[in-house]
Design a protein around this ligand. Structure first.
Ligand code: CA
Length: 249
């Protein structure tokens, strides 16, 4: 193909500004459908990653970054809505197109309420799906994601990358959620009740859950504060925890 000839179709599946291929995460448990989507989208110039379960997709999203997510709602284990809600709760703004076999108004509303940008009802024509993907990708989301910093701690909410004094801090999903909550409420004392509700999504507190919270806080402290001149995570006895630069009062 002569390089001097401009090919309008060359922009297909590419980011408008940088021209790099758009990365799409396909979450679909039916292997045949997943493979057809992979091949079809690759043929259109997209960079495609397929995950066959909700758990795998969720884990992938904590470590990898995508321009768009194509999410089947019916998945074994954690279903699509659960994944979508969890992703949005964590502040990830990646556009999501939901694939649903359930063409009822209720399902669409649930999907859109949970943070989907659009939906396609199965069975769908590939051309229709492509049109939806293009529209959602074009509409996009603000590229500048939230970035939080306290002292030398930095959290990039889009990539979930956490650094302390410039060094990457490896966290589990729960540790990340906990740190994010404490950082969003920096300099405020956060009670175990609040953490149970906001981070663990448990309405009733229990001794077991309190222990789980305490274990996570101490692990987080080891990872974030170890060998640092300034400690950030403090326990306020009988009340809860606070993330701040200064020591306990
Ligand atoms: Ca399915």
């Amino acid at each position: 193909m002569p390089t001097t000839v401009a090919i309008p179709n060359a922009v297909k599946g590419r980011a408008a500004t940088s021209g790099r291929p758009l990365r799409v995460l396909v979450v679909e448990d039916e292997r045949k459908v997943a493979e057809a989507l992979r091949l079809g989208l690759q043929g259109e110039g997209y960079d495609v990653v397929v995950e066959n379960s909700g758990e795998a997709a969720f884990f992938r999203l904590t470590t990898d970054r995508f321009d768009l997510i194509l999410l089947d709602l019916r998945l074994p284990g954690r279903d699509g809505i659960e994944i979508l809600s969890a992703v949005r709760r964590r502040g990830l703004q990646t556009p999501v197109v939901v694939l649903t076999a359930r063409d009822t108004l209720e399902d669409r509303v649930v999907g859109l309420d949970a943070g989907a940008d659009d939906y396609v009802v199965k069975p769908f024509a590939f051309a229709e799906l492509l049109a939806r993907i293009r529209a959602v990708a074009r509409r996009g989301r603000p590229a500048e994601a939230e970035r939080l910093t306290v002292d030398t701690l930095a959290i990039d909410c889009a990539t979930h990358r956490v650094t302390r004094a410039g060094k990457t801090v490896e966290l589990t999903v729960k540790e990340f959620d906990l740190l994010l909550h404490l950082t969003r409420h920096a300099r405020q004392v956060v009670s175990r009740d609040t953490l149970a509700r906001e981070v663990w999504q448990e309405t009733a507190r229990s001794t077991t859950l309190d222990n789980v919270i305490d274990v996570h806080v101490s692990r987080l402290r080891r990872k974030v504060d170890a060998d640092q001149p300034v400690r950030l995570i403090h326990t306020i006895r009988g009340v809860g925890f606070v993330l701040r630069e200064a020591g306990n009062p």
